[in-house]
Write a protein that binds this ligand. Sequence first.
Ligand code: ADP
Length: 377
Amino acid sequence: MFAKRKCSNGFSKEYPESDRMAKKKNDFDGISKEEKEDLKKILLSSEQPEDAGGENLLRPQTLDQFLGQEKAKRNLSIFIQAAKTRNEALDHIFLVSPPGLGKTTLASVIANEMGTDFKSVTAPVLDKPKDLAGILTNMQPRGVLFIDEIHRLKPQLEEMLYVAMEDFRIDWVLGQGISARTTRIPLNRFTIIGATTKAGRVSSPLYTRFGIIIRMELYPADELELIVRRSCRLLGVKLADDAVTAIASCSRGTPRIANRLIRRVRDYAVVKGSDEVTAQIVSEAMEKFDIDRNGLEAQDLRILKNLIMLYNGGPVGAETLAISVGESAQTLEDFFEPYLIRCGYIQRTSRGRVATAKAYELFSIEAGRFGNKGSLF
Ligand code: ADP
């Protein structure tokens, strides 16, 4: 008999029920049929990440292949070595960065370096306590569970996670009212790697349960060049040296964007009949894709223009600014803002976003022409 259930990525999988139940058979007498069904699901379910297709070809497998972020890597390799020597699970790890900087990749690299099982799930997919319980009870000793967007975990599940992270057990309530009782389900010792783009939205009880905190910053140009060279090698794309620099500088400090641009530029070169991507081809392609040589897209320019012209250079709240360009505040904060701040076009203040002198220069607008710029000028 096979049980069909939904995986974290939305695909259905079939599991040979008899195999798994034989191993995990539990004796819970006197509970309702529904509760038995729930427990059975918890003990049977097993989430495995599906292959993400082409993206996986470029995903580094080891710390050596994971380029840049040297300080984080140095610390991690010490923690991994120590955990392996003691034959223990690694401490729980919290990863914070804007999207596309390698949180998922680093988590799978860590599991690989530990030589353990890796499971991956996105927090909003976990709806009911049994969804999370099913994953936790199936964790292998020293295995790694990656929870992406952990700031979106439901409070009820968060509470289950506290106990699981600290005491490696789940307290499962059976029955209702006066007949309710708790069953303690022991778990293997494992590692949670929680990732988020918004550290501020993670509750402090959850945050404090992570022993290792890693904040990943946008990659500097030299590190991105290494990533561009590696991806081109793996994709079989011939790239001139000046083209490497050009792609790296258009990639907003983000490996995922660098990989995306390599593919688009490769397509452009094929259509142009060139077997090597040159800086000239990169420049033409970027013009077609509306990306300037610093990686700014049309939407970045719209954000800056609105900030200067509609809101007199700020301060203005993220929500208001986002609405003015038809984006969600989350996309503005996660995707656009980190790069605009890093380039020095926007400053985040307690009263809102403020355009800097550099932003005015970008549009050749005289500083102070729109509104009051205060101390920034
Ligand atoms: P995140 O989870 O932070 O959104 P991912 O881990 O999915 O980011 O990374 C996106 C892609 O960028 C990966 O498929 C990987 O190929 C590439 N990548 C990320 N970080 C690195 C790195 N340090 N070195 C090489 N490639 C990287």
